[in-house]
Design a protein around this ligand. Sequence first.
Ligand SMILES: C[S@@+](CC[C@H](N)C(=O)[O-])C[C@H]1O[C@@H](n2cnc3c(N)ncnc32)[C@H](O)[C@@H]1O
Length: 242
Amino acid sequence: MSLFDRMPDSRLVVASARSVVGVDHDFEDDVIAVRRFVDIQGDRCSGLFAQRDIDDEVPIGGCIGKILNRQQSLGLCECKRVYLFQITDNRYIDASDPLQSSVIRCINHPRVGEEPNATFVKRAVKGLGVRRRIYAVTLRKIMAGEELLYMYDETPGDQDQVTVINRSEVRTALSKCLSEVAQLQEELADSKAVLEEHWVTAACWKRQCTRVASSAAREERDSIRKRRGSSPTSWKCLVYRL
Ligand SMILES: C[S@@+](CC[C@H](N)C(=O)[O-])C[C@H]1O[C@@H](n2cnc3c(N)ncnc32)[C@H](O)[C@@H]1O
């Protein structure tokens, strides 16, 4: 029997507060909580954490959002944070808007050295106005305090090829980004006095650096993508594996 068949009645899962549309980032119940922390790039981000021990194969909650087709979802793959969950070849849940989604949107991908401990299963729900839903389910027993993690490229229905680039390609892409940022910082330092005169804040500086770094990263991705001929959505995987 597959994990999908062993799912309990999805109406019960839908009723869970964790699957309710519009739950904000401060969500916390006795099973999971959304916690904010600072990631390796120094940005504040959110993740889902177990509040108590959770057994294997327990549904955590449903992922909700706007249903998009592949074409409509492409632009969103380029966003800094991607909240797209693929449910079929041509159907995606866009969970970008926290007010139109559930806290399940906050599940992160495992970092280096971490293993996934959750996955998603699909289940059609009749009579609830939602044609297709996917549920986060634990893959093993989770201990209280552990972060829930799932491999983004394993969303049900995801047929994309995963582009795995080797370490030297990663290093080249990274050093290119870093040198662009260093150059920008030099330019900014030159004009620091002028900027100070205009009361440009540190936050604005950071935004400019980030913008240049992400555009450099995008160019690098495009150039590798051209060389590799991979599909645009597979870049989610590339970015996360960095
Ligand atoms: C579905 S959201 C997860 C919640 C997100 N961390 C937040 O703060 O709202 C996916 C985004 O989180 C970030 N993310 C998730 N896992 C990551 C990881 N292992 N390393 C770096 N960024 C990650 C990426 O920006 C990604 O586009």
